[in-house]
Design a protein around this ligand. Structure first.
Ligand code: SF4
Ligand code: FES
Length: 212
């Protein structure tokens, strides 16, 4: 096996916050950190569904040789010889900036407000469009519906600043089995208020439109 191929197959040995770790093939840096009980904050990640990199909160610093960069740990692959730092000033600065954006995006989320407080973020410099919004568009509800339940009752509707979680054609979706997986996996509670609009009236499963 060439050295190049060998370096791409596990187990991988590296350090996280100075602690020696061993990662198996396919483990991201976040998987490895969790395996060793090292805390990295996340919002859009759940081990039951694919990672999307939507929230960016799981940033860490990776150092290798003479360079270093900030990466999202839920999608960054393990590699031997790297040094991962989960809580440097650089990392905390990026998290503060992300939390300011999240505070503007979903100001009504008590989970986001609590996280922001932990990082000393008291207010946001970004525009708040909807003071009632709790949804950060992390997509966990969409992914669990598609990948675990196998139903695809919800998806992202619209694009850009009007992007939202929606049912096809913004009407209740008869495919919804009202299992509640989307509500359970939602990190902010935003999906709770949307469930009725997804499934419609239980008796007839049709009716009012769904616009959030
Ligand atoms: S409703 Fe919840 S799970 Fe779905 S995208 Fe919004 S925050 Fe994420
Ligand atoms: S948890 Fe990694 S980007 Fe959201």
């Amino acid at each position: 096996m060439s050295e190049d191929i060998a370096s791409k197959s596990g187990p991988f040995h590296y350090t996280i916050d100075g602690q020696a770790v061993e990662a198996q093939d396919g483990w991201t840096v976040l998987d490895t950190a969790r395996h060793y009980g090292i805390h990295i904050p996340t919002l859009c990640y759940h081990e039951s569904v694919s990672a999307s990199g939507a929230c960016r909160l799981c940033v860490v610093e990776v150092r290798e040789g003479r360079w270093s960069k900030v990466v999202i740990s839920c999608m960054y692959p393990s590699r031997s010889g790297i040094e991962i730092l989960t809580n440097t000033e650089r990392v905390r600065n990026v998290r503060r900036w992300i939390l300011e954006m999240l505070l503007a995006e979903c100001p009504a989320s008590k989970e986001i407000r609590a996280l922001a407080e932990q990082y000393g973020v008291k207010k946001t410099r970004f525009n708040i469009e909807n003071p009632e919004e709790q949804c950060l568009l992390c997509g966990l509800c969409v992914r669990v519906c598609e990948e675990v339940v196998g139903v695809r009752a919800i998806s992202f509707g619209s694009r850009g600043v009007t992007k939202k979680i929606a049912t096809p054609y913004m009407i209740p979706n008869k495919a919804c089995i009202a299992c509640g997986s989307c509500v359970t996996i939602c990190p902010t509670g935003a999906m709770q208020a949307r469930l009725d609009a997804v499934r419609g009236e239980v008796s007839e499963r049709t009716g009012k439109g769904f616009a959030h």
